[in-house]
Design a protein around this ligand. Structure first.
Ligand code: ADP
Ligand SMILES: O=P(O)(O)O[C@H]1O[C@H](CO)[C@@H](O[C@H]2O[C@H](CO)[C@@H](O)[C@H](O)[C@H]2O)[C@H](O)[C@H]1O
Length: 475
């Protein structure tokens, strides 16, 4: 532990407690933060060494109580005597004691001088205290050019370097390799072109070079795909212009299948036993009970939805084994990048393989049926359909748009891997229901005016199976 870091946390603690809950990536909103304690501190650039008002850069891992027990948050703090006007909004506070007393401590990712320095560290692999900087063999890293912090609504923070590369800095870090690094590295080394290949990464801990279980993944540098937009924006644009999105949905189905095939070839797979399937169904039912307790609008459908999960248990007891493999874990239209324009993409690029950040790492890294991802994307078509001009969740045109694009996506999936996901209707329905239940809770907490979108899906999923909006496999 660095001299002075503990005193920095002590004297800056009240200001950090004030600042943390206002960050988009802070997960524990709503409950007061009682304590911020230091897990590790590294001086990446000691304050005062550069001379002439040069900033210092501190890397911290902190635990925020009562929210994080095993996990912690990654903070990159800049230190300057005074902040130039453009950095004024980045100020966190001024320590009242210790070696940094009176200096301005601020969010370093907003300072191009410091994010430029991070890129330089990634260019030269090595260690710095507990930090390990690694670079993929033969990877070309961009020149140090105009870094900017992305302003997206994100679970993490990303810095773009001159439209050439993007560095994602993970905010909640747990012991173990982050699936985003693990999966994109495995896929790109396997020759899959549908993910941005990691160019370099950094971690904290005992990692010997390859990402391993002894370290916490802290950040990944990947090529920046300039001239792309995410699938959510492209679908909404097609809806607004009245253009047909089904060719793009079909291509997205093909991409998903290719990524799944790549993951199954590059990483271990397994089969789920009857007990595993029963446990999965029980977890789904547990999440439904928790969501019903929190959102009264879900309660009338509880019994019918429990039947959907029961059908999964029955399926598990009838089929000898269900194939499982590593999956994306949080797939929706916002996680697919395609060309910005009206051109139908030949292939999409999938991003953000972290899985649902709120789930424990071990659960996110466990092999699962591919239906988990497929269901996530199917839900997304429902969501997009509800944004159609003058459309509501109940309007016929919105339902038709969703059904056509869901069917095109499944058809594209079947085209690329020979297996139509609609054939596994019970499995798909259970995963879609689980996702819709999650969304009910998510919308109730974050966007109450959107609650009706997942609720309309809940009504459909609670109705007898013939009400499914996916056309039969022959469509
Ligand atoms: N390789 C990339 N090229 C271009 N844009 C990207 C790339 N990776 C991410 N983005 C953009 O950054 C945003 C946030 O990335 P994402 O991986 O979803 O972060 P988070 O995990 O913080 O949600 C995405 O919505 C996308 O617009
Ligand atoms: O941003 P994350 O990837 O962490 O995901 C969370 O936010 C998503 C919304 O931004 C939310 O996705 C839901 O809304 C999307 C449209 O905004 C839709 O495309 C998705 O299908 C729907 O699930 C996601 O559930 C939540 O975890």
């Amino acid at each position: 532990m660095l001299d002075g870091s503990s005193s920095l946390i002590r004297s800056l603690g009240p200001q950090l407690k004030e600042w943390l809950p206002h960050q988009r990536w802070f997960a524990g909103k709503g409950r007061p933060l009682t304590d911020v304690s230091l897990v590790a501190a590294t001086e990446v650039l000691p304050y005062g060494t550069g001379g002439g008002g040069a900033p210092g850069l501190l890397h911290l891992l902190v635990r925020a109580r009562p929210h994080e027990s095993g996990g912690c948050y990654q903070l990159l703090l800049g230190v300057r005597e005074a902040l130039p006007p453009e950095l004024a909004p980045a100020l966190i506070g001024r320590p009242s004691a210790g070696p940094l007393r009176g200096t301005a401590v601020y969010e370093a990712l907003r300072d191009p001088r410091l994010t430029g320095l991070l890129l330089e560290r990634l260019r030269t692999p090595g260690t710095l205290g507990p930090l390990r900087f690694r670079r993929e063999r033969d990877a070309t890293l961009p020149a140090r050019s105009s870094p900017r912090l992305l302003d997206a609504e994100q679970s993490n923070s990303s810095v773009v370097y001159g439209n050439a590369a993007i560095l994602k800095v993970f905010r909640r870090v747990e012991p173990g390799v982050n699936p985003e690094l693990e999966l994109t590295l495995a896929l790109s080394r396997h020759g899959c072109s549908h993910v941005p290949p990691p160019l370099a990464w950094f971690a904290a801990g005992v990692d010997g070079g390859e990402p391993g279980d002894g370290s916490r993944t802290l950040g990944i540098l990947q090529p920046y795909l300039a001239g792309t937009r995410d699938g959510w924006q492209l679908a909404l644009r097609a809806l607004a212009k009245g253009t047909d999105f089904t060719p793009a949905a079909r291509a997205l189905g093909r991409t998903t299948a290719r990524v799944h095939t790549g993951l199954a070839e590059a990483l271990p797979t397994c089969t789920l036993s009857r007990t595993d399937v029963e446990r999965t169904a029980q977890s789904m039912a547990g999440r439904l009970e928790a969501a019903s307790a929190a959102v009264p609008a879900l309660r009338p459908y509880r019994t019918a939805l429990l039947d959907v999960f029961r059908a999964l248990t029955v399926l598990g007891s009838r089929r000898r084994a269900l194939p499982a493999q590593r999956v994306h874990g949080d797939l929706h239209l916002g996680q697919a990048l395609g060309p910005d324009g009206d051109r139908v993409p030949d292939g999409w690029t999938l991003i953000d393989f972290e899985g649902e950040p709120a789930r424990p790492l071990a659960e996110r890294r466990a092999p699962q049926p591919v239906e988990r991802d497929i269901a996530g994307m199917l839900r997304s078509f429902d969501y997009a359909a509800c944004q159609a001009p003058a459309a509501g969740p109940h309007s016929a045109s919105s339902r038709e748009w969703a059904a056509a694009n869901r069917a095109a996506y499944c058809a594209g999936y079947a085209e690329a891997c020979g297996r139509d996901p609609r054939e596994d209707a019970v499995l798909l329905r259970a995963y879609e229901t689980d996702k819709a239940v999650y969304e009910v809770l998510y919308e109730a907490r974050n966007r109450p005016s959107w609650l009706e979108i997942p609720l309309s899906a809940i009504r459909r999923l609670a109705a007898p199976p013939h009400a499914s909006p996916c056309s039969p496999p022959s469509a």
